[in-house]
Design a protein around this ligand. Sequence first.
Ligand code: ATP
Ligand code: MG
Length: 288
Amino acid sequence: MSVAKIRLEHVRKEFEVRGDNGGAARRFTALDDVSLDVQPGEFLALVGPSGCGKSTLLDLLGGLATPSSGRILLDGRPITGPARDRGVVFQQYALFPWRTALQNVAFGLEVAGVGTAERHDRARHYLDLVNLAAFANRYPHELSGGMKQRVAIARSLAYDPDVLLMDEPFAALDAQTREQLQTELLRIWRTTGKTIVFITHGIDEAVVLGQRVAVMTARPGRIKQVITIPEALRSDSEDVRALPLFGEVRHEVWTLLREEVLKTQAAQSGPVHGVAASGASRQEAAHV
Ligand SMILES: Nc1ncnc2c1ncn2[C@@H]1O[C@H](COP(=O)(O)OP(=O)(O)OP(=O)(O)O)[C@@H](O)[C@H]1O
Ligand SMILES: [Mg+2]
């Protein structure tokens, strides 16, 4: 059997938080006993209620934080910190405002010591891949939200990481741009064979993008269930959203997630709100 690209073994993450009213600091469990394998070249989508620990998990995968217990292996070796084998794309476009699109994409290559001509060539190649070749010399404030997010994706691809870690990268975009970038990301994934872990609040987005969708529980986050998306929904030539099977799978994910969202709401606002929340419209609950 092949070695998992990423392996999470009983990962727990606690934070120390200040007590109420100046009380003693206490431990706060964000993630509890998370175990999961991601295969080489797999596209895994991760959904879960707000505050369940998704970004915390991505920080651990990125090496920006360390587990309180358990281990995370990349190619069979423990992650010891951030490295260029993993590219991270955040929800907010973390671009340098004083650099053009091209210079932003070239940034990681510059840090890695790649010469000017080569890094500009490579940056152009990745800008082209995200359909932004014509905007290479624009500054971030001259780009739309969707374009900025494309630049961020190109930047994370430019140093050719094996793994892309994406934390709600399309959440701030309008529906059309989001769908366009989903299509583009799938195309890039198909052509590059990268392993992608993609966090989202959108159930449709998870089902469209993921080969598997991992649903997390309310905090402390665990993996509640992992759903394998049927091959029939992985077509790049037809609108899979229109297939009845899409609706069925979407409903399965929605049902699992809704239970956890309701738990989160009940825990945050007491029993009265908890009951009221169960009457939330499907639309609201679907976009948690
Ligand atoms: N550095 C920290 N110190 C203390 N608590 C933290 C820290 N980082 C995150 N947390 C807490 O851990 C829990 C999980 O946070 P996290 O950001 O991972 O959630 P999330 O699933 O990404 O939520 P969202 O969907 O809203 O982005 C939250 O309750 C948060 O307050
Ligand atoms: Mg988050």
